[in-house]
Design a protein around this ligand. Sequence first.
Ligand code: S3P
Length: 445
Amino acid sequence: MTHNVKFKVKPGGKLSGRIRVPGDKSVSHRSIMLGSLAKGTTHVTGFLEGDDSLATLRAFQDMGVKIDGPNKGNVTIQGVGLRGLKKPNNPLDMGNSGTAMRLMSGILAGQNFDCELIGDASLSKRPMKRVTDPLSKMGANIQTATGGMPPLKMSNGQNLKAIHYDMPMASAQVKSCVLFAGLFAEGTTTVIEPAPTRDHTERMLNGFGYQVTSKKLDDSRSEISLVGGGELTASDIDVPSDISSAAFFMVAGAIAPEANLVIEHVGINPTRTGIIDILKLMGAQISLKNESIVGGEPVADIHIQSSKLKGIHIPEHLVPLAIDEFPVLFVAAAAAEGQTVLTGAEELRVKESDRIQVMVDALVAVGVDAVATEDGMIINGGKQSKQNAVIESHHDHRISMAMTMAGLNAVDDIVIDDCANVNTSFPTFLELANQIGMNVSIVKD
Ligand code: S3P
């Protein structure tokens, strides 16, 4: 979209209905990556047709992989095997997606052709040293812009060496990048994660017949290993709905004065359910129904009703398990009674925007008592007080959507500037918000 899209949200609303949010973004990226690197044909259903996962899809098409779709969430990938990618003619454009750039860098480090990874204004300011450091240790040759930022210029062709990597931060992207590079390296690559992070890469590799072992080292640390030089075998993938997208409607249901919502077929992988645990600790009426396993991932319907939320100190062990949900959790905290304190969440400062500062600014703009700390936030909840608030999304889809939900608890209309970015992860967001009874309209410049 070239024009600026603004959302205008009217306060309040009586929310009800059953909705299905789009496919999981993390699983969608990985389905294209592993489907392309496998031998045989992979059929994907429930694929997220958002800009981020489409950037990954196009990158593999640019490297010679025949991919049909997406068509209503269906994608068919003719895998080329681990050694079958071709040199792209142009730099690979990862758009707004940190996941695409960081995971792809691991795969590309193992190729015998040079290439370049580029991104949009937001991605071009995000740290890539966290992936270029371990990849360099494996023998990759990658140049970045000043400060370790994109673009990544990769001069490939060297044989990668397996590593034993103790990750300095709890990051599924870094873990996945190193494991992907490990597929092309000689020997056993091991990543130690300081706290559990989403494990879709491990699950999907196993689903494609590639053995990955995970071992708990203590209460928080785990060791994940694979041996390079194997083969991936195509396997069909049913992508569950994205819990990170469902989160906006979980919070909407909890904070609206009247609400009764069911969000269907949501992925509830235990490395992603921090949002449910945190909302429960805050007193939300939330429950899971129809639990089942689909394609190696647990799914359930999530039932949420209007709740009297209270402020809490968010347990730090839940932070990596809810890492993408904090913008909307801050909105829940703003509507809760009492104080909410978040600590141990400095990673929020290097997401699509600095989600601590940007959310403090947004909450203060609508009249919430919120203060940023180095690694989190302190919010004193209650009724929002400021009228005519105009919010900046700072190129961050989750700020646009979180602040839309803040409209439920506002005293006046809220306008959110720069919302076309919602298409990166949740193209049907506006439609679903209005379908359940919110009043959100588009204002075009
Ligand atoms: C993701 C991992 C997380 C998350 C991102 C998706 C993934 O990033 O924030 O939206 O798919 O592996 P970090 O690994 O940087 O925490």
